[in-house]
Write a protein that binds this ligand. Structure first.
Ligand code: PEP
Ligand code: MG
Length: 850
């Protein structure tokens, strides 16, 4: 009885060795995914050969030499039937030992099978079994069969002889002995150290169990159309409907997949013969089975099948392997076909995997010539010629030549070069270093902390770990998703923001209960934010605007001005440019909230660091070089990130904030002239004391009053505070009553809570993570214990002092799914993240709400 489900009492009464029937007590948690899947196929009445499932407990005992009743297992199958054994762990990704086919082959079976399927095929099956038994069960050296060259009977004799020579005994003839040997070897293989480490790396618990399924073989050899293959209804790379797979006549197992040109196509194909032409009825039947499996198992399945004299058998079904873009299209089609609800589709996609769809990527099938690696700081892939300076990047862009900007680290001076480059590679830095933050903001592939390579900036050379030298002008590729630098130009896949993506994200928005805004500094960022349906801008860092061509010199003049009047006069020249920046942002965002952060960095970041730069500055400002050098030196700080920056500038050099506030108000009036009024949000950075807020607020209110008086128009605005020093979090209770919102800047807050420089931590972060000091890079995944406690305190104290205060997070953590979960649980109203992380955040937030 090849199919059918009549049970033998000894097997049926033993939950450890269970014949798979529609009602047998089989669960993934006790027998593994394959056993459970086979039971589902049996329930669908598909032609599945008889199968006995061995539970995790049974297999564990087999590993300890406690054998189940082998005769009872064999009694489930036709007398003399050949068997195969396959692994069945709880999760298919955890792997398992290789399947062993044709158990039961011996001299007698060979003679018998020679009559039915021919001597050649019988010999092949026997040889195949002896070889896998030798390697996996008897643990003999696989090379021992190297000298077996014959086919058919000759090859078989050679194989049996080699076995006997090496093992010191003839090949075992008793099928029960063979089966117990196979079961024991598979149980032990699962316990091996390598197998254990491999599956633990894929998330398996230390005590993960292995189940086994013993299935009656359908040979795949013999008269009429016989063979084996796999079929699926979608393309694994694109996710679009397409019947794909391979079939090989006179074959078994997964032979068809390794058969190269020998295998047949499934559907009619101009490139060669197909199963459809060879056995049209079987092909139709197979498609029907596959469609039934898709509908009832609620998943795209790869069907493993055998055709025996025209009759179709289903041996197995596995979830179709898929690229991230295919994964999304597959779930969307399952919803559209009424097979799963949208909520389930949302839960099936890993938010992290979405970022691959939003960018170009190196074709996963392509060969990779890796020349270095570092921290994957901004996803996507880009190919270009190496340039070592921002001005070379601009020159390259002007020539229309894509380039990769290679720097030790980047500073605001490099931003123009980053705009001009297609990718960035730095020797130093971590997830929140300058290059990483700007790279993510621009959607620019970026690798930082690539210290495995030598950056010879003087010699303008990049030297790979293996000694290969890449000079300026050489072509390399940055894979910012994998953190790998590749030589040359591998094939790429384009971004996939198609209808399926939009539909899917729409479902996510319907579920989530926390707002998502984008950090956007430029019109391009803002447009990306809109494209990804961000609900506004949560952080516009204004300092980048002062690096635009034509503005830097004015900025430097302002910094060098001796008096408040002098500063105001220079700032008046920046005002129209800044106002134009904001008008553009407000117009792009069309009434969605825009939160503008006042100037934050230390002023000396705008001053030149090289001799040439200082000479140019002296020329532009009509000053002696020595004056410039002296003033630049006088402005140096020992700890600039803890020095004169943020609100401290607002208090000591208030003209800058005055100008920015005026630019914001005038822009809001202009942008709101022909549409609904714009209500800008203004945010004060690096606050640590209530009095700082009071001082800045008084001046901004005064500017607002002046603009109202000058224009005769009224407008509203909201003033908020960035909580990014530990003191601001602790004192949120006294700060909140003065503000409309508190936005937690977790980059600086992490830096200051740990006393860990965000620009230097990359150098030792991997050692710290490897040694378990930090579970993860705290600049990447929010430290919910330490930094999180400060957030919690800030939220509680802020909200109880001002119940209407809007709470949000705008550090890089805002786009990290694990961190969003924390933000939602402590009661934030929204998170704000780099534009390209907005879709990831939207999905992560939806999953939390389902
Ligand atoms: C922060 O510190 O978290 C923040 C958003 O500001 P920046 O990264 O510009 O310092
Ligand atoms: Mg900050």
């Amino acid at each position: 009885m090849l199919l059918g489900q009549k049970e033998d009492a000894a097997v049926q009464n033993n939950p450890d060795t269970t014949l798979i029937t529609p009602t047998a007590p089989i669960a993934t948690a006790t027998h593994g995914w394959r056993a459970k899947c086979l039971q589902r196929l049996v329930r669908l009445d598909l032609p599945v050969p008889r199968t006995v499932a061995l539970s995790f407990d049974a297999v564990r005992r087999i590993g300890e030499d406690e054998m189940p009743d082998i005769d009872a297992i064999m009694a489930q199958f036709e007398p003399g039937a050949l068997l195969c054994v396959r692994p069945s762990s709880e999760d298919p990704d955890w792997g398992g030992p290789k399947a062993v086919l044709n158990i039961g082959m011996n001299d007698a079976a060979y003679v018998e099978l020679s009559d039915t399927i021919g001597a050649e095929a019988a010999a092949t099956m026997y040889m195949r079994f002896v070889q896998s038994y030798a390697v996996h069960v008897a643990r003999l050296d696989p090379d021992m069969f190297d000298h077996v060259h014959g086919d058919g009977q000759l090859g078989l004799s050679e194989t049996l002889f080699a076995y006997e020579e090496e093992a010191g005994e003839p090949f075992p003839q008793d099928p029960a002995v063979q089966l117990s040997g196979v079961l024991r070897s598979m149980a032990r293989a699962w316990q091996g150290t390598t197998a254990r480490l491999l599956r633990q790396a894929k998330g398996a618990p230390a005590d993960a169990g292995l189940g086994l399924v013993v299935q009656q073989m359908v040979p795949g050899y013999g008269p009429g159309e016989c063979g084996s293959g796999v079929l699926q209804l979608v393309n694994s790379t694109t996710g679009l409907p397409q019947i794909t797979g391979r079939y090989l006549s006179q074959s078994q197992g997964r032979d068809a997949l390794g058969a190269g040109a020998g295998a047949l196509y499934l559907e009619k194909d101009p490139r060669g013969p197909s199963l459809e032409e060879l056995a049209p009825e079987a092909f139709e039947m197979l498609k029907d089975h596959a469609r039934l499996m898709r509908r009832r198992l609620r998943e795209e399945m790869q069907v493993e099948f055998v055709i025996q004299n025209g009759e179709v058998f289903i041996l197995d079904g596995v979830r179709v392997a898929r690229s991230p873009r295919a994964a999304l299209r597959i779930v969307v089609r399952l919803v559209e076909d009424g097979i799963i609800p949208p909520q389930e589709a949302l839960m099936r996609i890993d938010p992290h995997s979405l970022s691959e769809l939003l960018h170009r990527q190196v074709d996963p099938e392509a060969a990779r010539d890796v020349i270095g690696s570092g921290i994957a700081a901004s996803p996507g892939a880009a190919t270009g010629r190496i340039v070592f300076t921002a001005s070379d990047a601009q020159a390259s862009a002007a020539r229309g030549e894509p380039c990769i900007l290679v720097r030790r680290e980047t500073s605001p001076e490099d931003v123009r070069g980053m705009h001009a480059a297609v990718g960035v590679l730095t020797e130093r830095g971590g997830m929140t270093s300058h290059a990483a933050v700007i790279g993510r903001g621009l959607g620019l592939p970026c690798i930082v902390g690539a210290s495995s390579m030598t950056f010879d900036m003087r010699g303008r050379k990049l030297i790979a770990a293996d000694g290969r030298v890449f000079a300026a002008g050489d072509v390399i590729t940055i894979d910012g998703s994998a953190g790998e630098v590749l030589a040359g130009e591998p094939p790429m896949l384009e971004a996939a923001l198609d209808d399926a993506f939009q539909t899917f994200m729409g479902w996510a928005d319907a579920e989530r209960d926390i707002g998502i805004r984008a950090n956007a500094d430029t019109p391009e960022d803002a447009r990306t934010a809109r494209r990804f349906d961000a609900q506004g801008i949560g952080l516009c860092r204004t300092e980048h605007m002062f690096f635009e061509p034509g503005r830097l010199t004015v900025m430097r003049e302002m910094i060098f001005a001796e008096t408040s009047r002098g500063r105001e006069a220079v700032l008046a020249r920046l005002l129209p440019m800044q106002r134009a920046d904001f008008v553009e942002l407000f117009c792009i965002m069309e009434g969605l909230p825009v939160c503008i952060r006042l100037f934050d960095p230390p002023l000396h970041e705008f001053l030149p660091t090289t001799r040439t730069g200082q000479r140019e500055m002296a020329e532009a400002l009509d000053l002696p070089v020595s004056d410039v050098v002296r003033r630049v030196e006088a402005m140096q700080e020992y700890n600039p990130m803890l020095g004169l920056r943020g609100v401290r500038l607002g208090v000591t050099v208030p003209e800058i904030y005055d100008m920015q506030a005026r630019a914001i108000f005038e822009a809001a009036l202009e942008a709101g002239r022909d549409s609904a009024p714009v209500v800008p949000e203004i945010m004060i950075p690096l606050v640590s004391a209530k009095r700082e807020v009071e001082l800045v607020q008084a001046r901004i209110d005064a500017v607002a009053a002046a603009v109202r008086a000058e224009t005769g128009k009224n407008f509203e605005y909201r003033l908020g505070v960035m909580v990014e020093t530990p003191r601001a979090a602790l004192r949120a209770g006294e700060i909140a009553p003065h503000t409309a919102f508190l936005s937690f800047g977790t980059n600086d807050l992490t830096q200051m809570t740990y006393g860990l420089s965000r620009d230097d931590a990359g150098r030792f972060m991997s050692t710290y993570v490897q040694q378990g000091v930090f579970a993860e890079d705290p600049f990447h995944v929010l430290d919910t214990e330490g930094v999180g406690e400060l957030l919690r305190l800030g939220v509680e104290r802020g909200r109880s002092a001002n119940p209407d205060v809007i709470l949000s997070i705008c550090g890089e953590h805002g786009g990290n799914p694990e961190s969003i979960s924390f933000c939602r649980s402590v009661g934030f109203d929204y998170v704000s993240c780099s534009p390209f992380r907005v879709p990831v955040a939207r999905l992560a937030a939806a999953q939390l709400a389902i």
